[in-house]
Design a protein around this ligand. Structure first.
Ligand SMILES: Nc1ncnc2c1ncn2[C@@H]1O[C@H](COP(=O)(O)OP(=O)(O)OP(=O)(O)O)[C@@H](O)[C@H]1O
Ligand SMILES: NC(=O)c1ccc[n+]([C@@H]2O[C@H](COP(=O)(O)O)[C@@H](O)[C@H]2O)c1
Length: 174
């Protein structure tokens, strides 16, 4: 039995993440999705709460034939103990999946096998691109699984990201 661990901020969970999960499903029996920066929300870079990202991931993975767990992982101030922090929050895992150099380094130093994943359509399948399109009023829904689009609407996510990204420079009170 092999259990994998895939860490990301998932702001939001998009089709690139989904392709990665489908590839990982060929290699493991179970997969933990670690929701990084789970304590962050209501900013342009991290608009969605940990709970909202749990909803996105849970609903998007309903049709994937794999046992999955979505586990929120808050940021901590000490990289040197971050892997222990992750392990304290997650079911045990045998292999970690990441392309983030810091994350790779921290897991390897802790003696955990790390596998990278190929990048899928990276020009558009990036959380940053999805969020920029939301702010700009451009089409973003095709970049995420359908259940994720529904969660974004349920939490009024597009209006939220636009509002928190706004400045008060043109405030009518000035
Ligand atoms: N299109 C993609 N194809 C394959 N892997 C991806 C893709 N987009 C992100 N990943 C990987 O998924 C992991 C989690 O990514 P993350 O949640 O930071 O998404 P992101 O799209 O890179 O985010 P952002 O643009 O918000 O910084 C990282 O290891 C990242 O390299
Ligand atoms: N010291 C820490 O809290 C620490 C260290 C390394 C990674 N992380 C988190 O892990 C996640 C990594 O995800 P990405 O690969 O998507 O950047 C992020 O949420 C990042 O904040 C946190």
């Amino acid at each position: 039995m092999t259990r994998g661990f895939y860490i990301g901020r998932f702001q939001p969970y998009h089709q690139g993440h989904h392709r990665v999960v489908q590839e990982i499903a060929e290699e493991v029996d179970e997969l933990v999705l670690g929701i990084g920066s789970a304590d962050q929300s209501h900013s342009v870079r991290n608009p969605f709460t940990g709970g909202e990202r749990i909803m996105m991931i849970t609903k998007a993975l309903v049709d994937v034939d794999l046992v999955t767990y979505a586990v929120p992982i808050e940021d901590i101030n000490r990289n040197a103990v971050w892997v222990s922090h992750v392990q304290s929050m997650s079911p045990n895992f045998d292999v970690a999946y990441s392309n983030n150099p810091l994350v790779v380094r921290l897991f390897e130093e802790a003696g955990i096998e790390v596998r990278g994943s190929p990048m899928f359509d990276r020009e558009v399948l990036r959380g940053t691109e999805v969020r920029e399109r939301m702010v700009a009023g451009d089409d973003w829904a095709d970049l995420v699984p359908d259940p994720v689009e529904r969660v974004v609407h349920e939490v009024d996510g597009v209006e939220r990201i636009r509002q928190v990204g706004d400045t008060d420079i043109d405030s009518p009170n000035d």
